[in-house]
Ligand binder design. Structure first.
Ligand code: SF4
Ligand code: SF4
Length: 278
């Protein structure tokens, strides 16, 4: 089973849920798809593993063949090419690697060359296999790195995917193909607003979902009322608890110091299994 853990906004404790879930289950694979700010490894403290570069193919213009017709620049929807007078330039950071400019150039003046935009790291923390991505500073395209992380999915294991916060392309890429999406939220008006947007995206993708309310006890009942209206099960509540917060601030997953929580996370996965089977 593949379970994505996502949240409409940052700071809801999504990664804490991912890590505590994985530690409670034991033999799992965790994919940290939050490639702009991966921090599952900080909590799991894995052994150093293997690193794989993530590359995109970007165009290189061979000026000796180019007649500066400008067709490639007119074609590019991302303004990654500029042709004027006898100058032809490529802005690799803007290129989405669609390959179209190579096709429209009738003079075979464009070749493609690899450009590294990040990396994937594969490592082990006890029984847990961890794969995480890291995007290079200044790069904008997180999706190809998430896809590269997902290329390492182990179909024989329970897989937990930690999504980037928000409801844009990284969320869509992460949850695509999963069996269930666990949305972590806080019971505040801000949490509700971002949860509503994330729910809409997951509904469009037609993926079964449930909610984990973190910091339960603060805020108001808005999140609970919304979930009831939408028929979305609230599958777990993690209280606003000083001890949990202190453990988190020290980088200690709370199931390690509060083992009574392990069974609650195991029960959560059983509930997810029942929801998926419906
Ligand atoms: S389409 Fe080809 S020939 Fe025309 S400007 Fe671009 S690279 Fe040069
Ligand atoms: S590969 Fe696509 S996105 Fe990149 S420069 Fe060519 S047309 Fe633009």
């Amino acid at each position: 089973m593949k379970i994505a853990v996502a949240s409409g906004k940052g700071g809801t404790g999504k990664t804490s849920v991912t890590v505590n879930l994985a530690l409670s289950l034991g033999k799992t694979q965790v994919l940290d798809c939050d490639v702009e700010e991966p921090n599952v490894h900080i909590l799991l403290r894995p052994k150093v593993g293997d690193t794989f570069p993530v590359e995109l193919l970007v165009p290189k213009i061979l000026e000796e063949r180019c007649d500066y017709c400008g067709e490639c620049a007119r074609f590019c929807q991302f303004n990654a090419l500029f042709v004027a007078g006898e100058t032809a330039m490529v802005f690799p950071e803007l290129c989405h690697s669609c390959g179209g400019c190579t096709i429209v150039c009738l003079r075979d003046a464009i070749v493609e060359e690899p450009r590294q935009i990040g990396r994937v790291i594969k490592c082990k923390a006890g029984d847990i296999d961890l794969v995480y991505g890291e995007i290079n500073v200044g790069e904008a395209l997180a999706v190809p790195i998430i896809a590269a992380v997902k290329d390492h999915i182990d179909e024989k294991r329970t897989v937990i995917l930690d999504s980037a916060p928000g409801s844009a392309c990284p969320l869509v890429e992460t949850v695509h193909g999963v069996d269930f999406c666990l949305l972590v939220t806080e019971p505040t008006p801000f949490g509700l607003h971002d949860l509503e947007v994330a729910v809409e995206v997951v509904q469009i993708l037609d993926i079964p979902m449930g909610v984990v309310v973190n910091f339960a006890g603060i805020g108001d009942r808005g999140v609970y009322d919304f979930c009831e209206e939408q028929g979305i099960p609230i599958m777990m509540e993690v209280p606003f608890d000083r001890r949990i917060a202190e453990l988190y601030s020290r980088g200690v997953p709370f199931v390690e110091a509060m083992p009574e929580w392990r069974q609650k996370f195991i029960d959560l996965v059983d509930q997810i299994g029942e929801e998926v089977a419906k």
